[in-house]
Design a protein around this ligand. Structure first.
Ligand SMILES: Cc1cc2nc3c(=O)[nH]c(=O)nc-3n(C[C@H](O)[C@H](O)[C@H](O)COP(=O)(O)OP(=O)(O)OC[C@H]3O[C@@H](n4cnc5c(N)ncnc54)[C@H](O)[C@@H]3O)c2cc1C
Length: 407
């Protein structure tokens, strides 16, 4: 087992760390640079994106021929964590959800013509995108088998009707990947479609007010009423919507974890700084064993998360679906992020509850981590199923290298 990283990945990490410290954190510190939903406003974002692109720190997740840097999942684990030292970091490097996951799946699944039309503008930073799958009750949420949005065949067109909600970024997205039912087949009943904001037959019913800060374009409820799409709008193939979803959500869950580790480290950093300077009852907070235990525990939790994420990233880079690794990372890191924000607020006292630091932002944001892209319980269910299927093989080691190397 080798947990070293290549000099190229280290070079990207160091350049991103510098960019975040010198360019993004000063922008984050100035509230005038924030929009009404707690995200970076578009003017400073465009300036920073231009700089990041100029320094070659753009779309690290994509292949060079797509306009990226071909860093692989291991390289992404290292750099995404570094990006999210700032709450505004990932979007500056075009590595924020949902564009991040949408670009990666389009790169894998789209035809050349579809890539040119639907992927290239997102890579260029000219448009944003959404992934529309979840539906309000009684439709599909944790269980995609309950999906009610239908795509009926009428001549050579598909006619789509239904309702989606919590669709991140929909208010500013021009490109949408939409999952709809094309048959009742339990395994091949869903199909993925591509549609444009200007296609008739759909509307945004509302931007759903939420407890946390919002991605650009918010989280929206969408209504489809007989939206007609031509067959060239099918992504991957009719009946392959569940497969497309799995292709998208596996890596996207892991990139969430990579970013959340960066946020958890930032929360820890703010707590450490305050504990180092604040005293009470004649003792510095940092010198109190009760505080040291909290901070040590957080550091361990973050490192466990990094190991889980790195193992999953390594497995994905080797062509595995890394199902159990991703589920474990998703559960652990989502809960860790919540705990890191909570502990950091506690250590900061009233200051932690104020808007003088980004801790309250991280705290409000963190609660969604245990729901999005599979609630904790769904991943626990997946792990239990794999444990049942694989039995003692669940714990197998991958054997590699030579006899000599192992001695
Ligand atoms: C901020 C945010 C952004 C989102 N962005 C998007 C997006 O861009 N696109 C999109 O399509 N969706 C998006 N979602 C939706 C998200 O993926 C779903 O919320 C998630 O899949 C859970 O589905 P649900 O909300 O319908 O929960 P339900 O399926 O109604 O489940 C409710 C609760 O029941 C429990 N539960 C569910 N299944 C099991 C089980 N098997 N065992 C035990 N307990 C269980 C869990 O605690 C779960 O939280 C977003 C959600 C949020 C909060």
């Amino acid at each position: 087992m080798d947990l070293t990283i290549s000099p190229r990945i280290e070079d990207f990490r160091a350049r991103i760390a510098r960019f975040v410290a010198d360019e993004i954190l000063p922008v984050e510190a100035e509230r005038a640079n924030w929009d009404a939903h707690g995200n970076i406003a578009s003017a400073p974002l465009e300036t920073l994106r231009e700089k990041a692109r100029g320094e070659g720190l753009w779309c690290l997740q994509l292949r060079p021929e797509t306009g990226g840097q071909g860093l692989g999942k291991v390289g992404m684990a290292v750099t995404y964590e570094e990006m999210n030292r700032s709450i505004f970091g990932p979007v500056v490097f075009n590595s924020a959800a949902p564009d991040d996951g949408n670009m990666m799946v389009l790169e894998k699944a789209a035809t050349e013509a579809q890539k040119e039309r639907w992927l290239a503008p997102i890579v260029a930073g000219r448009v944003n995108s959404s992934f529309a799958m979840t539906e309000p009750h009684p439709g599909g949420g944790s269980d995609p088998g309950m999906m009610l949005t239908t795509a009926r065949k009428a001549g050579d067109r598909y006619v789509i009707s239904g309702r989606k909600w919590f669709i991140t970024g929909a208010e500013s997205a021009a490109h949408v990947i939409l999952i709809a039912r094309t048959s009742d087949d339990p395994r091949r009943g869903l199909t993925a479609f591509l549609h444009h904001r200007d296609d008739p037959g759909w509307r945004i019913e509302r931007r759903i007010p939420i407890m946390g800060p919002e991605e650009h374009g918010g989280h929206c409820e969408l209504v489809y009423e007989d939206m007609e799409l031509a067959p060239d709008r099918v992504l991957l193939g009719e009946g392959l919507g569940l497969k497309l979803t799995q292709m998208r959500l596996g890596p996207a869950r892991l990139t969430h974890c990579m970013r959340w580790l960066g946020l958890a480290k930032r929360a820890t950093e703010i707590a450490q700084a305050y504990a180092a300077e604040r005293s009470g009852f004649g003792v510095r907070l940092a010198d109190r064993e009760s505080i040291q235990i909290k901070m040590g525990d957080l550091a361990m939790g973050i490192e466990i998360g990094r190991l889980l994420v790195m193992k999953a990233a390594w497995a994905l880079d080797r062509g595995s679906f890394a199902r159990k690794e991703i589920s474990m990372a998703k559960i652990h890191v989502a809960n860790l992020l919540h705990k890191a924000a909570d502990v950091a607020i506690q250590v900061n006292g009233a200051r932690g509850y104020s808007q003088d630091t980004v801790l309250e932002w991280i705290y409000r944001y963190a609660r969604q981590a245990r729901l999005v892209d599979g609630a904790d319980e769904v991943h626990q269910m997946v792990l239990n199923r794999l444990l049942g299927e694989e039995d003692r093989d669940f714990w197998r080691w991958e054997v590699g290298g030579s006899e000599e190397a192992g001695r």
